[in-house]
Design a protein around this ligand. Sequence first.
Ligand SMILES: Nc1ncnc2c1ncn2[C@@H]1O[C@H](COP(=O)(O)OP(=O)(O)OP(=O)(O)O)[C@@H](O)[C@H]1O
Ligand SMILES: [Mg+2]
Length: 465
Amino acid sequence: MFSNLIKFFNRITIKIIILYSFTLLVSLVISFFMVYSFFEIYLENKTKDELINKAKTYKILFRQEGIHGLRNQIIKEAEIINNVELFFKIYDKKGEIVLNTNAGIHTKDLVINLENYEKLKPDNYTLTTIDYFDVIVYKLSNRYILVIGKSKFENNKLLNRLMEIFYQAGVIVFFLSLIGGILITNSITKKIKNISNTAKDISTSMKLDSRVPITGTKDELDDLALLINNLLDRIEQLVKTLKETTESIAHDLKTPIARIRSATENLLMKNNLSKECSNLLVNIIEETDSLTQMIEDLLTLSKLESGTFQLQKEKVNLSNIVKKLYNLFKDYAAIKSVDLRLKIQDEIYIYANEKYISRAIANLIDNAIKFNKENGYVNIELYQEDQGVILKIEDSGIGIPEDKLEKIFEKFYRVDESRGVYSGSGLGLSLVKAILLQHDASINVISKEGEGTTVIITFPNITNL
Ligand SMILES: Nc1ncnc2c1ncn2[C@@H]1O[C@H](COP(=O)(O)OP(=O)(O)OP(=O)(O)O)[C@@H](O)[C@H]1O
Ligand SMILES: [Mg+2]
């Protein structure tokens, strides 16, 4: 679950989309704050100008009509604006209130600090913010101080509306950017996927003739695809040359070996040979046989690994194939004092090439008997499960050291102890692997040195194909 999540976030598409949307969101938030601050400052300045102008107008009225005229005018105005937006206060020299109008509930009780105004000359003013009001304190004359406060309510309403618009725009832009991001990255990752699919084709099923599709957009990814295709052309050519060279060497070797064998056979027919000489000749024949087998194996391997050869497959009865092989190896196991046991489900079918799959299984049974101990055993099990058809070959033999396990599928590799003591060329398991690859089957080897080895092969169920 957790690893799936990591895998999801590691995808290039997701990384680009997250980065893209995040950058967009950050730029959006920054531009929002810039616009918001601009408006806030603009509204604040507008209110200040309004208050200064108002105070100056009252100052003129004060000069013309005195404090009583001003007081009456303000009371009138305060009634018209319904006492909500503005409040007015007039203080005399001693700090006594001459006028106090109400805006909202509490402005009558608002305390204005007038300490510094005594020394100031008339027409000086200060602008401050008290609670939810922008306030101007204006010195009308040496006797009176006028205070006008304007509620911030309207300004805040405007700013809140602006915020709402930005929220809505933010959500819309974010989703649009998400869709845009998905569309852009999809077209990029599609091309990358094409490249990785081709690489997968080649590495899993050795389809060397696979090529990356060229979309014709002439961008960097198309260039890369072209480059990879050129590289694949060269690799294919190299593999082909290597295969042809191996095949021709192998063919050239086969004829002289066959001649050596028939000459040795002719010699062996002679009557007057000493026992030592006959034994030597038999040894030579055995060696030529194993050489011929090795050449055959090499030829088959090169064919299977060339990437251009596909085995013909059909529905085969694997239970019967395994039974046949069991009967074939029974006597050999008895000679080696190994108990060969069979436990299989009948009528198990797979898609396979009977000849090649028999050869692969034969090699595994041969190994299990060959690398066994005296009075040891080999269990062959075949059964069907949901995940596939399982063939298990378990032996009680010498086992394989852990550090050598991954090498046993290499060509000509034989674990040190096998050299000299056991016959074989070390090509068997390379062949097994190449054959199983063509059958989409997996092989797993579990082994403990000195205790034994278990080889597990999983073939795909016919219904899963
Ligand atoms: N069941 C097994 N138990 C112990 N060692 C094994 C077993 N199967 C394989 N090995 C080790 O892996 C090596 C490679 O096996 P592989 O079948 O490829 O070669 P081989 O049996 O030696 O020769 P060939 O199969 O060509 O006759 C063997 O030489 C052996 O050392
Ligand atoms: Mg073998």
